[in-house]
Design a protein around this ligand. Structure first.
Ligand code: NAD
Length: 297
């Protein structure tokens, strides 16, 4: 049995911490929210009174926090000063590459091993223990990190050194955001041209327009496999989350000098959809904006 401190028990962290407890680890959980702490206790975790209290004596510290500033602050000010020597730190939040590199370097200076390990899969996969992890860490630490993530994971990749996990995540999600918009524009044009959506799906799916956003996550309700579009775009991957990742990708593109003009267009379109009040809807709901059919949502 390993003692794991788990910090950040929100939509994602609560299921992830529960899966560590189910795997018979001793989980010392902390969140700023009392409701989140109560849920963690119901899920078999011990609750802690602060980050410092949670990490004391823990062999592994896992965090699932909103953004880069939270991760920098929690590790530098609360985790490192209170953690046991030799503890392994794994941050699963989606944050900017610079914050991941900075935290990795600061933790190394303080004598700790650190990994950025953002996830793909959303809350259903967090609850089911079937997340995909993209890890940035020193090669020598990867086997232990993979073992630690196993109760929460379907698959664990090492992307490279510190920051590489975040890089993989935001590049993947930029491709996803752009490809979903492409598929939605295809459906919107097909409709105007009098082509039935199921016929367009059948043909594009067997032609060069085929991609994950079409085949696996079709945005048109009632066409293709069951997706968020069949639940009026509830659940799934929220527009606000996609927008966050596209903003991270644009910031990284600006800082590194990469050209990502379609990523910028995707960010602008998702920002508009979010501004119109649809940040909580699945990101594939952007189809209805492109069709001029927002009243369907
Ligand atoms: P969330 O807002 O539900 O949870 C974040 C939790 O962190 C909250 O409960 C909050 O109280 C807690 N928190 C914030 N500051 C804290 C501090 N200093 N100490 C202790 N707890 C603190 O967010 P979420 O949906 O669980 O997402 C978490 C991370 O996972 C984000 O970086 C997000 O981008 C990423 N992510 C989310 C999804 C998704 O579908 N929700 C999918 C993949 C990745």
């Amino acid at each position: 049995m390993t003692t794991i401190a788990f910090i950040g028990l929100g939509n994602m962290g609560s299921g992830m911490a529960a899966n560590q407890a189910k795997a018979q680890h001793k989980v010392r959980a902390f969140d700023l929210s009392d409701a989140a702490l109560k849920r963690a206790a119901e899920n078999g975790c011990e609750t802690a009174s602060s980050v410092a209290d949670a990490v004391k004596g823990a062999e592994i510290v896992i965090t699932m926090l909103p953004a880069g500033q939270h991760v920098r602050q929690v590790y530098a000010e609360q985790v490192a000063p209170n953690a046991k020597q030799g503890a392994l730190f794994i941050d699963c939040s989606t944050i900017d590459v610079d914050s991941a590199r900075w935290t990795g370097a600061e933790m190394a200076k303080a004598g700790f091993r650190f990994a950025d390990a953002p996830v793909s899969g959303g809350t259903a996969a967090a609850d089911a223990g079937s997340l995909a992890f993209m890890v940035g860490c020193e090669e020598k630490d990867f086997a232990e990190i993979e073992r630690a993530l196993q109760p929460m994971a379907r698959v664990v990749f090492r992307a490279g050194d510190h920051g590489a996990g975040q890089a993989a995540k935001i590049c993947n999600n930029m491709v996803l955001g752009i490809s979903m918009l492409g598929v939605c524009e295809g459906f919107a044009l097909a409709e105007k041209l009098g082509l039935a959506p199921d016929k367009f799906f059948e043909i594009a799916n067997a032609s060069s327009g085929q991609c994950w956003s079409l085949t696996t996550y079709c945005p048109w309700p009632g066409v293709g496999p069951q997706t968020a579009s069949d639940r009026n775009y509830e659940g799934g991957f929220a527009t606000a989350m996609m927008l966050k990742d596209l903003k991270l990708a644009q910031a990284a593109a600006a800082a590194s000098g990469a050209a990502a003009p379609l990523g910028a267009q995707a960010e602008a379109l998702y920002a508009l959809f979010d501004r119109l009040g649809y940040g909580g809807k699945d990101f594939s709901a952007v189809l209805q904006m492109l069709r001029g059919q927002l009243s369907r949502l």
